[in-house]
Design a protein around this ligand. Structure first.
Ligand code: FMN
Length: 223
């Protein structure tokens, strides 16, 4: 698989098969992802990988807490700017509508939408959970470094026949995640990520999201 194939075939997988992923595969992905660049070579990423019995234990803690607090805990950062302006607002709306269309959930059916959102907190059935953290004293440049690290993990997963879904939704459970992972106080959760084998038959995995054409976001001069 070349880089273009990895980029083209990566998508946010939201239904996984239960098949486990060998530890050697996860290690190989993370070993290679170490080569991610970062400003000043700070390498500001911290990653926690959870599978098997500890993942089952963690998910049962979340399920227990979600009964009392279905909306989770207060996130430590705003996932989106509070007033999302155009063109971002429409893109976000379209992406959600397209996703719910694949599973035939109309806009009015709020309980079904909430049920789908809650699947985030089961890692969409993935056997491996990753949590990407960074030191809370880091700034926007280091957050972008962590994003690059995550993208490399997602592309390397493709090379191993695996799929992923990055999950900022986990920021709604940052406190519980921090306690479970025993994060030092200076570390904070940025995003979770589901990792595993794609369920090829699940309609939600048929979603292929749009992208703006090059002319909309790129300016080229001097060619
Ligand atoms: C950092 C990051 C966090 C994300 N968090 C979530 C999430 O919590 N839940 C979810 O279903 N998708 C999440 N996504 C997936 C995006 O919605 C998705 O990448 C976008 O719609 C483009 O679709 P694609 O990944 O299939 O190409 C996240 C993506 C990124 C990059």
């Amino acid at each position: 698989m070349n880089v273009s194939e990895a980029i083209d075939s990566r998508m946010s997988c939201r239904a996984f098969l239960p098949a486990s992923v060998p530890e050697a595969t996860v290690r190989a992905i993370l070993e290679q992802a170490r080569r991610t660049p970062s400003g000043g070579n700070l390498q500001p990423w911290w990653v926690h990988v959870v599978t098997g019995a500890p993942l089952a234990e963690f998910l049962s803690i979340i399920r227990g807490k979600a009964m009392a607090a279905p909306r989770g805990e207060t996130p430590e950062y705003d996932i989106y700017p509070r007033d999302l302006v155009e063109p971002y607002r429409s893109r976000r709306y379209k992406c959600a509508e397209d996703m719910y269309a694949t599973i035939q959930v109309p806009r009015e059916d709020k309980p079904a939408r909430l049920r789908h959102f809650a699947r985030n907190f089961e890692f969409f059935g993935a056997p491996v959970a990753l949590f990407f953290c960074l030191d809370r004293r880091m700034g926007p440049p280091q957050w972008s470094d962590v994003g690059m690290f995550m993208q490399n993990v997602m592309l390397l997963a493709r090379e191993h026949g695996l799929h992923t879904c990055a999950q900022e939704a986990w920021s709604h459970w940052a406190k519980t995640v921090g306690e479970f992972l025993q994060l030092p106080p200076e570390h904070m959760l940025f995003s979770g990520m589901a990792l595993g084998y794609r369920d090829e038959n699940h309609p939600i995995n048929r979603l292929r999201t749009d992208r703006a054409p090059l002319e909309e976001f790129a300016t080229l001069r001097g060619f």
